[in-house]
Design a protein around this ligand. Structure first.
Ligand code: NAD
Length: 466
């Protein structure tokens, strides 16, 4: 299966396809909760049945180890499905309104949960399964019809996703394959919501296009995430946890720490501990490790090579590269200029960038200068210090004395802040991202005697009642 060549969806097919999905939504095909649960369960088993093909495709596109394919992609989405299917019947129920004023009680207020309609989900390349199917689960759970557009930068995975999604009702859900021309054609259609994961540059294109028709969007974007390590941090533990985070997907994670601000007095110890962990994780070197991923595209590899070739910083560990296999070694670099592109841009690769600071206050100042609204922030230190960091450095989410954990849980909402994203998903938030909360009031006839004073003429006697 993984040998199926990547095939763009013919552009001329896109418009009729979306028309069909609109018709299916109008027919209320996706409305019954049983239908939604059935689709989600089918998807769960399709992931199970195609796990081997998915693992192979992830290996071909990203050099992803089987362990990561299971924990960060297949099992990840399956866990989300289990959580959603377990709770959906509860979420779809009408909600009453608490603390109703006495006078409003007879009107039978309730909040009805309505699917938004026909939606578009655009995925990014770095977690090509999770970031495509994750939002789609929310669309299915909410009762929408949907088009999924996976990233063309992982062509093998994209084709397996077509196969996986073929178990879904084809009148309601479709996968469109392609790059910019296909995405542009998709954006020309009428949607009830666009859910986009990817870089901020394309995020702006999506938001502009959506604004033309006032189409709501959820944007899951990137950012320049800081990790701040104070002199009171457990340095040995910090080194292990930080290096592990960078190992993940060879740093191609929106949640990866873009740079580390380290109190000067503990920088030598941190560097030494990185060396120890490095040997522990890769006893035969990074290149020989079957666990270490590769860069997804030649363009991405060239970009990282250029950054490493031109950095003003000093390479401490790593630095090896191989163009043929798109390998970039996990590399530790010490920089002393905050304007170095390794700090100032989202480098999105396996590069541990270290910058010494003289105090926690200086770290906070720099973090806010580099990116005032990153997707995540990591703080390592004593409680008072990490509290202070979280208080003064804003971010979409955060983990204290570790990395990634705030996003590893299928239940709480995940999302960015302004430039790193708008809106959230995962768990109930995935369902809510595609749901309209419609307030309905029903006024019974018998209440007329109580509310008839609203009708003109507005006499003084009526006014006195207030
Ligand atoms: P990208 O923006 O290049 O592509 C994302 C998607 O947009 C792809 O499906 C692509 O085909 C589509 N696309 C590209 N150009 C387009 C255009 N002109 N019009 C419409 N669609 C277009 O992003 P990427 O390189 O796949 O991913 C890396 C970026 O995504 C990083 O910035 C990373 O931080 C971010 N990211 C964010 C999250 C998150 O959850 N917040 C998760 C993963 C990645």
């Amino acid at each position: 299966m993984t040998n199926v060549p990547f095939q763009n969806t013919p552009i001329e097919n896109i418009e009729p396809l979306v028309r069909g999905l609109n018709a299916a939504f109008a027919n209320q095909t996706t409305k019954p909760v049983e239908f939604r649960l059935k689709q989600l369960r089918k998807l769960y088993w399709a992931l199970e049945d195609n796990a081997k093909d998915i693992e192979e495709a992830l290996k071909l596109d990203l050099g992803k180890a089987k362990f990561d394919a299971q924990t960060g992609e297949i099992g990840w989405v399956q866990n989300d499905i289990l959580y959603i299917t377990k709770n959906l019947a509860k979420w779809v129920k009408d909600e009453s309104i608490p603390d109703m004023p006495l006078a409003m009680m007879p009107m039978g207020y309730r909040i009805k949960k309505e699917p938004l309609g026909t939606v578009l989900v655009i995925g990014a390349y770095n977690y090509p399964v999770q970031l495509a199917l994750g939002p789609l689960l929310g669309a299915i759970a909410a009762g929408c019809t949907a088009v999924l557009k996976p990233s063309e930068q992982c062509p093998h995975v994209a084709m397996v996703l077509t196969k996986v999604c073929s178990v879904l009702d084809s009148t309601c859900f479709a996968v469109v394959q392609g790059g910019v021309p296909e995405s542009t054609k998709l954006l020309d259609q009428t949607w009830d919501k666009i859910f986009y994961t990817g870089g901020a540059q394309v995020g702006k294109i999506i938001a502009k296009k959506a604004a033309e028709t006032l189409t709501p969007t959820t944007l899951e974007l990137g950012g320049k995430n800081p990790a701040i390590i104070t002199k009171n941090a457990d340095i040995k533990l910090a080194a292990r946890r930080l290096l592990w985070a960078k190992h993940q997907n060879a740093g191609q994670i929106c949640l990866s720490q873009n740079y580390h601000l380290v109190e000067r007095s503990v920088l030598p110890q941190l560097i030494k501990e990185f060396g120890n962990v490095y040997k522990e994780f890769y006893p035969n070197g990074v290149a020989a490790s079957p666990d270490f991923p590769r860069i997804a595209t030649d363009r991405g590899w060239q970009r990282l090579k250029h950054l490493l070739d031109t950095t003003s910083g000093k390479i401490i560990y790593g630095g090896n590269m191989d163009e043929k296999t798109r390998f970039i070694e996990l590399t530790v670099v010490e920089v002393d200029d905050v304007k170095d592109p390794l700090v100032a841009d989202e480098h999105f690769g396996p590069i541990m960038v270290l910058l010494a600071v003289d105090s926690v206050d200086e770290a906070i100042r720099i973090a806010n200068e580099v990116d005032p609204t990153p997707l995540t922030a990591y703080a390592f230190g004593a409680k008072a210090e990490t509290d202070k960091i979280l208080e003064h450095v804003r971010s979409g989410g955060a983990t204290v004395n570790d990395t990634l954990f705030h996003a590893a849980n299928p239940i709480p909402p995940f999302g960015g802040l302004k430039t790193s994203g708008q809106g959230t998903y995962r768990g109930k938030a995935s369902y809510e991202a595609f749901t309209h909360r419609r307030v309905v009031a029903t006024t019974p006839g018998w209440v007329e005697s109580l509310i008839k004073m609203r009708y003109p003429p507005y006499t003084d006697a009526k006014l006195k009642q207030f």
